[in-house]
Design a protein around this ligand. Structure first.
Ligand code: ZN
Length: 194
């Protein structure tokens, strides 16, 4: 009985982890992050940052597809006699698929969205125009908002999600945090700080 529970937990953890591998692992290589300041420093707005937001969205979507793996492996394990392990895999895969499907019903979107990329582009457009906050605007994306590095004006209230940079809090703690947060920002917006 005890080993059955262990098998179930192992299956569930694996099934939960597999769909998150693309965004947790693929984007962390140093070559992919060369042109960004290290985590958790603010990132200057640029077309490259906008592209990164879209890349991260792609990785999250890729993760939804890899949910098929725990579903298939779970099914095979069920057939092959490893029923508790297979059930764990199947349940976690199904759970992930359902939570991702919520987006279609107006649920919370993935951590990085097209709208986010568009808002960043708008801030950059304004910074280049006559309506800029100061003579030398340098918009940067901090954890809780986009602010100008020259005049400190808050340009956009948009929490920064995980953008795929290797994390300062180390491999394991960083990994655990990403796993639990799914890349969503973990701080709450606090206007009194700004
Ligand atoms: Zn400014």
């Amino acid at each position: 009985m005890f080993s059955a529970i262990l098998y179930f937990i192992a299956g569930f953890l694996l099934g939960h982890l597999i769909p998150r591998v693309p965004f947790m692992v693929l984007s962390r290589t140093s070559g992919f992050n060369k042109r960004f300041p290290p985590h958790p420093e603010p990132i200057p707005l640029s077309p490259r940052l906008t592209q990164r937001v879209l890349h991260m969205q792609l990785f999250h979507k890729l993760g939804t597809w890899t949910t098929l793996l725990p579903l298939i492996f779970g099914y095979v394990s069920l057939l092959g006699g490893l029923s508790t392990f297979g059930y764990g895999l199947f349940l976690a895969g199904g759970w992930t698929l359902l939570s991702r499907a919520q987006v279609l019903l107006g649920g919370p979107p993935t951590a990085c969205t097209l709208e986010m990329a568009q808002r960043l582009q708008m801030v950059m457009n304004i910074a280049d125009s006559e309506d800029a906050c100061c003579p030398h605007p340098q918009p940067e994306w901090w954890v809780e908002s986009v602010r100008c590095a020259s005049c400190s004006k808050k340009l956009e209230t948009m929490l920064r999600p995980d953008l795929g940079r290797p994390r300062k809090d180390g491999f394991f703690r960083g990994w655990l945090r990403l796993w639990l947060s799914d890349g969503h920002p973990v701080v709450l917006s606090d206007d009194s700080q700004n």
